[in-house]
Design a protein around this ligand. Structure first.
Ligand SMILES: NC(=O)c1ccc[n+]([C@@H]2O[C@H](COP(=O)([O-])OP(=O)(O)OC[C@H]3O[C@@H](n4cnc5c(N)ncnc54)[C@H](OP(=O)(O)O)[C@@H]3O)[C@@H](O)[C@H]2O)c1
Length: 338
């Protein structure tokens, strides 16, 4: 009998072992409109059965709501799951899309206590700095995060949307297990500096939004007309107006590769990200987000697809042609500070 569970990989030289695909849990409580809670819970359980062990959340997803929602699942499977959460972005209850970024030590300490309480666990397995506050030296912030490791509140450290230089400075203070940044067929800016630095330092890459926030699956073609008012994607330049119309045309090669494999476009988009591990020579654990059981099965299956050199060449030109930035304000991303 073949093992239906996905293979395991280590995050960083001393980080946790996790299934080679993780699960992004944000959409269960935040960003993409309302989700069915019961189906989300069933999705978490099914993911675990399939060997998915890295579960990704953040304190700002629904202003704590996502951590609270995941807590019973984590408690029921504490020894089987790797819990990843993040600090640094606070949102106002009046406008969840308005952000304030903070990396100062008192704020970090306040955040970790609040996350531990909401998750209702003794320790967080992987604690990320979600965004850089350039007013605080990264050595100071990572120094505080390292203290949390020594105090037993956190096991491993990660950084999201950092530049290569910021990663090097952080790694000099404490080992970093993973960098979590956007990486997909539509978003490849980290390949210039961040990916080579991560490889050099033995840090894993955890690509977020590997399905291009769903756009690469063909499930919507214009955020303004196809998605609800509460959907964050309506604020993203590449998913609206003329940009969206131009970007839909870029999906064609993904569809043709999908057809050749008898796979879905979502699976080809994910297989491409998974395959960057061998293409670039570092640990890569994407965290596609879904709130649906049938999709976790579909997505996990993509970790077994191997694309040919010819198929990789066909997909290669897509990212350079994408119209519109991935965020309305790119200064909060690594490429915005490079
Ligand atoms: N560090 C950061 O700054 C940052 C930023 C954004 C996200 N993240 C993390 O990364 C995770 C994933 O990113 P993401 O959710 O933004 O984007 P994503 O994984 O690229 O796409 C998620 C979207 O695709 C849909 N989807 C998933 N599988 C599908 C399939 N097989 N076929 C069709 N549609 C499918 C989902 O809808 P359904 O739920 O309906 O399946 C959802 O709308 C998040 O959950 C979060 O944990 C981190």
């Amino acid at each position: 009998m073949t093992d239906s569970r996905i293979t395991q990989v280590r995050l960083g030289d001393d980080g946790p072992e996790v299934g080679v695909q993780g699960l992004g849990c944000m959409g269960m409580s935040f960003a993409y409109g309302p989700a069915d809670a019961e189906e989300s819970r069933a999705t978490l359980e099914r993911a675990l059965e399939l060997g998915v062990t890295l579960y990704d959340t953040a304190d700002m997803y629904g202003a704590g709501e996502n951590e609270r929602f995941l807590s019973p699942f984590f408690k029921a499977h504490r020894d089987e799951v790797v819990i990843a959460t993040k600090f640094a972005i606070s949102t106002s209850p009046d406008d969840p899309f308005k952000r304030v970024v903070r990396n100062d030590p008192p704020y970090i300490r306040q955040c970790v206590e609040a996350s531990l309480k909401r998750l209702d666990v003794d320790v967080i397995d992987l604690y990320y700095m979600h965004r850089r506050d350039v007013n605080v030296p990264i050595e100071e912030s990572v120094g505080t995060m390292a203290e949390l490791v020594r105090e037993g509140k956190v096991k491993h450290l990660g950084l999201s949307e950092v530049t290569a230089d910021e990663l090097r400075a952080a790694q000099a203070v404490h080992p970093i297990a993973a960098v979590q940044s956007e990486w997909s067929l539509f978003s490849r800016d980290i390949e210039a500096h961040v990916v080579p630095a991560a490889k050099e330092l033995g840090v894993a890459l955890v690509p977020y939004s590997p399905l291009g926030r769903g756009f690469l699956t063909g499930s919507f073609s214009n955020a303004e007309t196809d998605l609800t008012d509460q959907d964050f994607r309506r604020t993203m330049p590449r998913f609206t107006g003329e940009n969206a119309a131009a970007n839909v045309a870029l999906l064609e090669p993904i569809r043709s590769v999908a057809k050749a494999h008898g796979a879905s476009p979502a699976q080809i988009a994910l297989a491409w990200v998974q395959q960057q591990a061998t293409v670039r020579g570092l640990a890569v654990v994407p965290i596609p987000g879904t709130t649906k059981r049938h999709r976790i099965e579909e997505n996990v299956e993509a970790a077994r697809i191997v694309l040919t050199e010819e198929e990789l060449s066909l997909l290669e030109p897509i990212a350079a042609k994408v119209a519109g930035d991935r965020y309305p304000d790119m200064s909060f991303t690594s490429v915005g500070r490079e």
